[in-house]
Design a protein around this ligand. Structure first.
Ligand code: FMN
Length: 147
């Protein structure tokens, strides 16, 4: 059983909806998951065990506005995340030039902070995946067993 902070980056609600489902599913599977729709530096640096980032990309390869302040603060302050495990669900659309770049930036940041990746990140391309919620649910099932 793990304590999991689910950190959302969403503009139009897709990533938020998926993150919400992930929280329900993780809790059903016996974990303690908390949804952070407006994640703050203080929330994610209080001895987190596991962080699951669920973010879309906006603009031209940018992190959604609700997540950008956290990204900027973590980059500026570089807390030690060597005791933190993390997972990533990145939503995007491959018809854009910078596919899922927001998720990729968050992934790189977590590595730079020393966090350890649990399993492979999930990239959901809306051009190829008609049912993003189903894809995320299947991934969570497998990912949660590795915690
Ligand atoms: C204005 C706009 C810009 C976008 N830019 C990108 C992009 O640069 N790269 C990408 O992979 N997806 C991009 N997308 C696709 C979104 O990431 C995708 O639709 C996602 O599901 C939206 O999630 P959200 O509802 O949580 O914001 C863009 C979508 C919109 C509407």
């Amino acid at each position: 059983m793990a304590d999991i902070l689910v950190v959302v980056g969403s503009t139009y609600g897709n990533a938020s909806l998926i993150a919400d489902d992930c929280v329900d599913q993780l809790n059903r599977l016996g974990h303690r998951a908390t949804l952070l729709n407006e994640p703050t530096y203080e929330q994610v640096t209080q001895n987190p065990d596991v962080i699951l980032i669920c973010t879309a990309t906006i603009g031209q390869g940018e992190i959604p506005a609700n997540l950008q302040p956290l990204y900027d603060q973590l980059r500026a302050r570089m807390p030690d995340f060597s005791a933190v495990r993390f997972g990533l669900i990145a939503l995007g659309d491959s018809s854009y030039e910078s596919f899922a770049e927001g998720g990729k930036q968050m992934n790189e940041l977590m590595y730079d902070l020393g966090a350890k990746a649990v399993g492979q990140a999930l990239f959901i391309d809306s051009c190829e995946t008609p049912d993003a919620e189903e894809a995320a649910a299947e991934w969570i099932e497998i990912w949660s067993e590795k915690l």
